[in-house]
Design a protein around this ligand. Structure first.
Ligand code: PGA
Ligand code: ZN
Length: 427
């Protein structure tokens, strides 16, 4: 089944920022679109998101160059190629780009084509995307990591910590994780409003807080979990994304909220203390993407009972993940399609993570679209975990809802193992 046409045009993400939609059309008339997400607290090792930088067009954020690259360079190279050769076609785009970080054509241009190609191929086979990507092997409905409060770059630095999340570790079914999260999200919102601590909604749908320091939100989380009728640690655990690269100047970590400066040792002590004081089952980017010593130390101290996820640390990059595995820096990898910029490389990153006995967490970006590609990716690869931001706003809900549809389609074949997943890394 040959690719007959590729088109690209500018659409707008959940923040109203320009992004690309790419349409891949096949010789039988079937077509599909890929919608490209965009981060705000991006890692320095990510593939490059090409923006025009022309202040007179969408304040520098338009993506017309990336669109032109799809139409004038990528389309001529891929038209006539088999849509089922995902890996070969992704490689062809990578070679055509010719740079280490996809900076010539843009990772957004390449990813849009790559996603649309996978969706068109699935449609041509008459399969759901998860079936096509997983070659029929994917059937694990993921455990959700869901944001209750948003901070950092997603909430005008209302807190220095980026995400305060929960994981419904006691849930027996996927539906139950959603119900428990719904209850906690709304209980926390009511509680914060009553206390005058809620300013609004952050970029990923969580509550935008107004606190004096970064530890106060833990009390709200604990209280909301209890008020909603659950036992912290047993039914529902806390998860954090510190996004610590944003707090690090190469020597010190800094909290702007309460004007605190930490040496690397002091910041280690704080992260380790929080993990012991609160029922934290998962912590993402507790240290900067260059502070390997602290990563190694935390993994050695707490990796047997806390999921330690590298996001900015690994940026879904095979070479960086391999280095992390060799050095024992973490036990889990956050997986974001646009950090690396193609579907094939993303799946390779997941497979590498799993082969090492680590856990992948498939993730959305803070700037999202109505595309539910990642829900399919999570099930296709049996990744086991999905992080999409909060339990509100349609660009988030479309992902949670899609897993309900996938589960329904899988019928008896669908599996949900919930927190039993962590046995892989905690044993
Ligand atoms: P981003 O945030 O999409 O703004 O990078 C998500 C995350 O850090 O996990
Ligand atoms: Zn992160």
């Amino acid at each position: 089944m040959k690719i007959s046409n590729i088109d690209a045009y500018q659409i707008y993400d959940s923040r109203g920022f320009p992004t690309l939609e790419v349409e891949v059309e096949l010789e039988n008339g079937v077509s599909a679109c890929g919608l490209v997400p965009s981060g705000a607290s991006t890692g320095q090792f990510e593939a490059l998101e090409l923006r025009d930088g022309d202040k007179t067009k969408f304040r520098g954020k338009s993506v017309y160059k990336a669109i032109t690259n799809v139409k004038e360079e990528i389309a001529p190279a891929l038209i006539g190629k088999s849509v089922f050769d995902q890996q070969k076609n992704d490689l062809l785009m990578i070679e055509l780009d010719g740079t280490e970080n996809k900076s010539r054509l843009g990772a957004n241009a390449i990813l849009g084509v790559s996603m649309a190609m996978a969706k068109a191929a699935a449609a041509a086979r008459g399969e759901a995307l998860f079936e096509y990507l997983g070659k029929g092997e994917g059937n694990l409905i993921p455990l959700n990591e869901i944001q209750i409060l948003g901070g950092g770059a997603h909430a005008g630095w209302a807190t220095d910590i980026q995400d305060y999340l929960v994981i419904a570790v006691g849930a027996k079914t996927y539906e139950e994780t959603l119900e428990m999260t719904h209850n906690i999200y709304h209980t926390a919102g009511e509680l914060m409003k009553k206390l005058g601590k809620c300013v609004g909604i952050a970029d990923e749908g969580g509550w935008w807080p107004d606190y004096k320091d970064n530890e106060e939100p833990f009390e709200v989380l604990m209280e909301a979990i209890k008020l909603a009728g659950y036992e912290p640690g047993k039914d529902v655990a806390i998860s954090l994304d510190i996004a610590a690269s944003d707090l690090y100047d190469g020597e010190h970590y800094r909290f702007k909220l309460d004007n605190k400066v930490f040496t690397r040792d002091e910041f280690y002590d704080l992260m380790s203390a929080w993990c012991k004081k609160y029922p934290i089952i998962s912590i993402e980017d507790p240290f900067a993407d260059t502070d390997f010593e602290n990563w190694k130390r935390l993994q050695a101290e707490l990796g047997h009972k806390v999921q330690i996820i590298g996001d900015d640390l690994f940026t879904t990059n095979i070479k960086r993940i391999e280095q992390g595995i060799d050095q024992g820096l973490a036990n889990s990898v956050l997986i974001k399609l646009n950090q690396i910029g193609s579907v094939s490389e993303t799946i390779d990153a997941i497979r590498l993570t799993q082969k090492a006995g680590w856990l992948p967490v498939v993730s959305a970006r803070s700037g999202e679209t109505e595309d539910a590609f990642i829900s399919h990716l999570a099930v296709a690869t049996n990744a086991g975990q999905l992080k999409v931001g909060s339990f509100a706003r349609s660009e988030r809900q479309v992902k949670w809802n899609e897993n309900l549809r996938i589960q329904r389609k899988l019928g008896d074949k669908a599996r949900f193992v919930g927190a039993a997943l962590y046995k892989t890394i905690f044993s």
